[in-house]
Design a protein around this ligand. Sequence first.
Ligand SMILES: [Mg+2]
Length: 399
Amino acid sequence: MPAEPVPLRSFEKDLVVESFELFDVPPRWLFLKVATKGGLVGWGEPVVEGRSGAVRTAVEELGEYVIGRPANRIEDIWQVLHRGGFYRGGPVLMSAIAGIDQALWDIKGKALDAPVYELLGGAVRGSIAVYGWIGGDSPDGVAEAAQHRVKQGFGAVKMNASGRMAWIDSPQRIAEIAERMRLVREAVGPDIGIGVDFHGRIHRGLARRAIEALEPYAPMFVEDPVAPGHEDLLAGLAAGLRTPLATGERLYSRWDFKHVLPHIDVAQPDVSHAGGISETRRIASMAEAYDVALAPHCPLGPLALAASLHVDFASLNAFIQETSLGMHYHDQYGVELLDYVANPEVFAVQEGKISLPEKPGLGVEIAEDIVRKEAGRADGENGWRNPVWRLSDGSFAEW
Ligand SMILES: [Mg+2]
């Protein structure tokens, strides 16, 4: 075993990691249970949607380093997992690290009898606004879905701007983007936030025209106005717009964010893709120095949501949190986020907000019997896969 930076201290003996256990659960999540010698257990969610098998293998490989080491040494473990493999970054490795990191924070909180936000410096707010998904691939039902979210207690919603888009598409497609937004704005009124996700579907040539078409309806932000890899276009796109630009769900570290923070208004790291609580918190601090707001991406399960909330509660620039509560793709498997939680009250949405949890660690009691029952149902070829879209001429279209 390589040399440790600090010899094992007496209080760490019970915190030595003894085992990793992974559970593929529907609709498209992967849960990690980390157990220590002293009997403490931490949970995390290391997953890339549609690639859970690849992340599972990465977690198992990284576990070789973590098992046998004290769980409290989160920073040192993080640095070794990130830098110590020589090759670093990207969705699979950073999501694997993310789930391990979340589980270690859960253990640290339980060991110290404190919620994770306490260990990040303490809460800067008592609650955080959340938003719910309403679809938007087609205009059908978006207005009704938005009204339903408002009835459920949400003060903000998010939708896709469009379905599949050609590289240069017709004026009709742009008109449809504006019309969808108009329907939703008219349905919910001026007090409700409406985030619009371009999802990387709209290419450079039409991005500005599409954002300008939405501006009369005051979107809360436009997300991923261009696809990942085109961050160099954001500066030019932002110039002259009145709409906040958001991006980050497909960025995985500070090193990815440093190029985009000067040109965006809202950073959206995903706490299960961007290296966990540790790295998301650092990205939040880095964003603050650019006057950029934080709105963590989270279409995932209860552990990812809880981990995101702890970062939000400790980060001044966080203003809203995505949740997958009641999200549409759940119908195909018949389970939803709260089914995996024995204390669902921690995620209660009241007046559009989720309040500070008080339990130690992540504050989520996982319903392990349900996790074990569901594990494997969404495994392998039964698992969720990214839709593959094509245009009418047969060529690939961004989903
Ligand atoms: Mg998105």
